[in-house]
Design a protein around this ligand. Sequence first.
Ligand code: G3D
Ligand code: MG
Length: 193
Amino acid sequence: MSSDAAIHVRDLKNKKAIPAKIIIIGDPAVGKTSLIKKYVKIPIDSEYLPTVGAHISKQPVKLLLGKDIVNVALLIWDIAGQDVFRILHKVYYNGAKGIILVFDLTKPQTLTNITRWQNEAIGFLGRSGKIPMILVGNKSDLKSEIKISKEEVTKIKELIHIPDYFETSALTGTNVTEMFYTIAERVYSNEKH
Ligand code: G3D
Ligand code: MG
């Protein structure tokens, strides 16, 4: 049997997708909704929870782990509206298996605020080490407007203990799939243990 066939057999046995709630947080206008729109293949308004103020989108991901394929269904929660920094409803964080923290590479204050967003999440979810987090610097296409250096990002990464960092563009799509794939992979590995 070829290795391709081996992958296929395991895939059939493992048809049921594992659901994983992912939340995306960060200051208004950093591009959270745009990143989801770029990534998710079904319409973003698939579900809306007015009491929580959140949109939920679903996207299946096929994780390639050695010769195995694992189907994960990402349920991506997005803050609805453009409110200023605020404490989100507990329900928004409840049951989250992974967190995407987004800032805007052209707006240094949005990077500074990442620690506040992380603190809020930890406040609701408990110990940060338990839940995979990923740091995202968005709008990488606006090259001449970038006001954040690699050193500044490194400093924050160390401060908040997040090793995974992606520079994305929701406009061109650069690194968008890679970023969502990585959080799915981290969540899957974390849940296994
Ligand atoms: P939010 O959900 O974090 O609040 P949005 O942010 O996704 O609504 O994006 C805010 C604005 O930034 C939008 O512009 C959107 O088009 C723009 N934007 C998002 N991501 C990128 C990116 O990667 N590159 C560029 N150049 N622009 C981006 P408008 O003008 O519609 O408000
Ligand atoms: Mg939005």
